[in-house]
Design a protein around this ligand. Structure first.
Ligand code: CO8
Length: 256
């Protein structure tokens, strides 16, 4: 079995699963390349409307592969250009739902934070333990975490390296929902199906505007929102959605 498995569990859904259990799904270069390729393909495939990203049943991912980094120098790390591989995930225009059971540590927590929605199992543990091995997060762990949970929770996690459990992560806004472990994948897939049934242009605009606007000044962000809102009125799906509502029937969206 490959280290990254792709499946099409239902129409419009791509399920990407990490499958390197012997190393707790540690993200080595091959895994990150496979992930980047999968997300690039998902971005280009009109048939995919939502991506579900999951680890194994008992671990999401234990971080970047420490064996690949232990002897590296700064220039080696720079030349690996791994930010380009992460960017392929961050820039996926389709919604990404992560299903997390067990450890999501270091690069694993950063990977989960690349998703748009995180469904956590009761066993999930989120942490940025890099400080314990002499480094710091390098794939957004300081920046996405502080944006998600605020300075004081983020500092505590980053400076101690201590993970937080699913319920604590939910309380601090790091996950969308906590369910029993056995329900993580079914919940993530059901959510993905709901999203896949929404009009694709509206979904795409919501994701783009939310992410771009979150780092822009409010007035700029509101303008971005307004322009995207206006743009959707030129879509077939806006006419169809509103007409279907008025005619009391189910809409049929075409993504145009
Ligand atoms: N890298 C490489 N191998 C790993 C990793 C890892 N991150 N995590 C686990 N493994 C391997 C172990 O070495 C072990 O291999 P072996 O059987 O050959 O000795 C196997 O997986 C099983 O591990 P354990 O026996 O430790 O399993 P446990 O269930 O007892 O513990 C833990 C699981 C708690 C997850 C534990 O393995 C652990 O603490 N792992 C390391 C967690 C960590 O420190 N992660 C942060 C890594 S640094 C990082 O992510 C930086 C991100 C920067 C992104 C940008 C990159 C350029």
């Amino acid at each position: 079995m490959p280290d990254v498995i792709q499946e099409r569990p239902s129409n419009g859904i791509l399920l990407i699963r990490l499958n390197r259990p012997e190393a707790r799904n540690a993200l080595n270069t091959a895994v990150r390349q496979a992930l980047a390729t999968a997300f690039e393909e998902a971005a280009a495939d009109d048939g995919i409307r939502c991506v579900v990203l999951a680890g194994s049943d008992d671990v999401f991912a234990a971080g970047a592969d420490i064996r690949e980094m232990a002897d590296a120098g700064a220039v080696d790390i720079m030349l690996r250009q791994t930010h380009l591989l992460w960017r392929a995930i961050a820039q996926c225009p389709k919604p990404v739902v992560a299903g997390v059971c067990g450890y999501a540590l270091g690069g694993g927590c950063e990977l989960a934070m690349h998703a748009d929605i995180i469904i956590a199992g009761e066993s999930a543990q989120f942490g940025q333990p890099e400080v314990r091995v002499g480094i710091m997060p390098g794939a957004g762990g300081t920046q996405r975490l502080v944006r998600a949970v605020g300075k004081f929770k983020a500092m505590k996690m980053l400076l101690t390296g201590k993970p937080v459990g699913a319920r604590a992560a939910e309380a601090m806004g790091l996950v969308s929902e906590v369910v029993a472990d056995a329900e993580v994948l079914p919940t993530a897939l059901a959510l993905a199906e709901t999203i896949a049934g929404q009009p694709p242009l509206a979904v795409r605009q919501i994701k783009e505007v939310l992410l771009a606007g979150a780092d822009a000044p409010l007035e700029t962000a509101l303008m971005l929102e307004r322009k995207a809102f206006q743009l959707l009125f030129d879509s077939h799906d806006q006419k169809e959605g509103m007409q279907a509502f008025l005619e009391r029937r189910r809409p049929s969206y075409e993504g145009r």
